[in-house]
Design a protein around this ligand. Structure first.
Ligand code: ATP
Ligand code: MG
Length: 431
């Protein structure tokens, strides 16, 4: 026998049944992902968001310009390689790619406002922890074209509704990062303050003083948090203040709750004004941010497009799936009927019956194995089937059979010819 090959560190298999998997979070299954994803698919179009899919591979340059060389993501977490002379990277997030597509296809010439949503795998070479992986899934939205606070409020309300529909306990944190007018003097004041406290900062933040001082406010190290607590506060210029006040009053009118959080930052220069984060209040421990968003009015220009404002959020599907899994919620298709034929003639009839049920939209499963009825019923139970039907010679001859309801043990006498309507009636009576 050859040696087994294991999956890559930081990646995980999401499989249909928890009994397959032994890892730190064995209970997260595909049915939990489906619950999270389907809720987004159903909800986001109600707000006018349409799905966009871009490639996993992009030119490295896109992320260097679109996220920034000084960030952890681009500085040390990207999977980058040489593709016959081109530097390409696996996307660590989707915003830069969507902006690239928006600019490349001249979308701003075609419509004044554009709203896209996306879902897919992202890649960052991070240290694996619960809720932190090297391949993970994000669902997000981006809106291009509108500079006013109404679109910000609409996104935050959408995120709020989605998370509530999923039953996630969370708080919506909100901040304004100012703009090219009020942030530079603040950045300088912050830098001066941090230089004076340099000995109290972690090694990473010592470097950030010069490259990305605002990110120090967001460092998880307790020493840095203490320094951050005493840092000077951003004073918004009048237009930024009007935007932020406007956003808060729209959210209040829409009855969306939020908490103001001056420590909430995004580290890049083209992030402007609104920043928001949904933070889970139970169920995740250290990796508790389930979604992060913000306004990036300078990004489209930075990537070669016009002066088009934009705003978006990205949510971590694994973290959301962990919470819904702990709550015992999932979205799974289970067989309505499991048919166990005992011989070859019965198998042919079973296949026909299953075909008929599936054509009518009912999930049906046939056994491919010859084994005794007791084992067959165990298999039906393991699959989560609602009913089971054992087909033997007698059933075939008489066209009569007994449908067994697995949970209750109740038996229903049916004719094989009338199986579909009989099942439909039972499902209607108690869905
Ligand atoms: P964090 O502070 O948790 O590292 P971040 O600021 O790097 O988050 P974003 O880049 O804004 O996160 O991504 C948005 C969301 O994507 C996060 O709030 C989180 O839910 C999820 N996410 C980010 N990185 C990972 C990862 N390595 N594994 C799983 N989910 C992730
Ligand atoms: Mg991160």
């Amino acid at each position: 026998m050859s040696q087994k090959i294991r999956g890559v560190k930081g990646t995980r298999d999401v499989l249909p049944t928890e009994t397959y998997v032994k890892d730190d979070d064995p209970w997260v299954r595909i049915a939990h992902y489906h619950l999270v994803e389907q809720a987004a698919r159903d909800l986001f179009p109600l707000y006018g968001y349409r799905e966009a899919r871009t490639p996993v591979l992009e030119r490295t340059e896109l992320f260097v310009r679109g996220i920034g060389e000084v960030t952890d993501i681009v500085g040390k977490e990207m999977y980058t390689f040489d593709d016959h002379g081109d530097r390409v990277s696996m996307r660590p997030e989707n915003t830069a790619s969507l902006v690239r597509a928006y600019v490349e296809h001249n979308v701003s010439q075609l419509e004044p406002d554009t709203k896209w949503w996306y879902l897919g795998p992202m890649f960052r070479r991070e240290r694996q922890q619960r809720g932190r992986y090297r391949q993970f899934t994000q669902i997000g939205i981006e809106a291009f074209g509108s500079a006013g606070p109404r679109v910000d409020a609409e996104q935050i309300e959408l995120l709020d509704r989605w998370l509530r529909a999923l039953g996630i306990p969370f708080e919506m944190h909100l901040n304004s990062l100012g703009d090219a007018n009020c942030r530079p003097p603040y950045r300088a004041a912050l830098q001066a303050y941090l230089r004076a406290r340099v000995d109290d900062l972690c090694e990473e933040c010592k470097k950030r003083i010069e490259t990305n001082p605002i990110r120090v406010l967001d460092c998880k190290n307790p020493k840095c948090q203490e320094v951050a607590a005493g840092a000077p506060k951003l004073v918004l210029c009048d237009p930024c203040k009007a935007h932020f006040d406007g956003l808060q009053s729209i959210l209040t009118a829409l009855k969306v709750s939020f908490v103001l959080d001056a420590k909430l930052v995004r580290g890049l220069d083209y992030y402007t004004r609104t920043a928001y984060e949904a933070i889970a209040t139970e169920g995740l421990g250290a990796q508790s941010t389930v979604a992060g968003g913000g306004r990036y009015d300078g990004l489209v220009r930075e990537l070669g497009g016009g002066d088009v404002p934009g705003i978006g959020f990205a949510a971590g599907v694994e973290r959301l799936a962990l919470i819904v899994a702990q709550q015992g919620k999932e979205r799974a298709v289970r067989p309505v009927l499991f048919i166990a034929p005992l011989g070859d003639a019965e198998a042919a009839r079973a296949d026909q019956l299953a075909q008929q049920l599936r054509a009518a939209g009912l999930a049906a499963e046939v056994s491919f194995r010859k084994s005794n009825p007791g084992n067959q019923l165990k298999r039906a139970d393991a699959l989560g089937a609602r009913f089971a039907l054992v087909l033997g010679d007698l059933e075939l001859q008489t066209d009569r059979a007994r449908l067994k309801e697995l949970k209750t043990g109740a038996q229903h006498e049916v004719s094989l010819a009338g199986l579909l309507p009989a099942l439909q009636k039972l499902l209607e009576e108690s869905p």
